[in-house]
Write a protein that binds this ligand. Sequence first.
Ligand code: SF4
Ligand code: SF4
Length: 209
Amino acid sequence: MKKPKLRELKEAIRAIFRGPYTTKFPFEPHEPPEGFRGRPEFQQTGPTGVGCVGCKACAEVCPAIAIEVVDDVDANPPVRRLTIHHDKCIFCGQCELNCTTGEGVKLTKQYDMVTFDRSTACDSIEHELVLCQSCGAVIGTRKHLTWLAEKLGAKAYANPTLILTADGSARLAEPFATGVEEPLARNELMRVLCPACRRTVVIREIWGR
Ligand code: SF4
Ligand code: SF4
């Protein structure tokens, strides 16, 4: 007969006096340890008050493609909807690790997510979209552009799209609408334009076409 392994024997004796390592869940609540990776949730406001800005970087890095991004440009106002599908999530924590603001999505300690309806196993957040005033292309979310303008400070004045969006959010400028008449002229530079339309304005200014 083989000798019992000493380490296992030690653990068995310890368990007799201290009780088993396993928890009594679901009969008693269980508190997961620090660093536990549970249900990821979007945060409207984080510790600094910023939270998620809707940049969708988390969706880009998610290895399980568990974060869905839908841009509804026909809504009034147009919105970006981000949804974490917990039935696809592998709880790797990459979304939290790579979040642009560092506080837009957090992995909570919640682990009990049993459901009979998979469509309820999700967490969503919505942000207002900013569209190009000329072609209607999606530029980004209002919160993301405003956050960028605040971070850049005076340097944001180099980009009219950023500064006009930030001023609009602070109600320092009139709300803008999409649909500028073609052709774009030099004076259209001080408008909310996508990179392609801004390039068109600059090229027309320099080359006249
Ligand atoms: S701010 Fe963070 S959580 Fe929000 S969309 Fe960007 S990367 Fe995702
Ligand atoms: S924890 Fe991992 S798998 Fe789950 S949503 Fe975040 S990045 Fe995707």
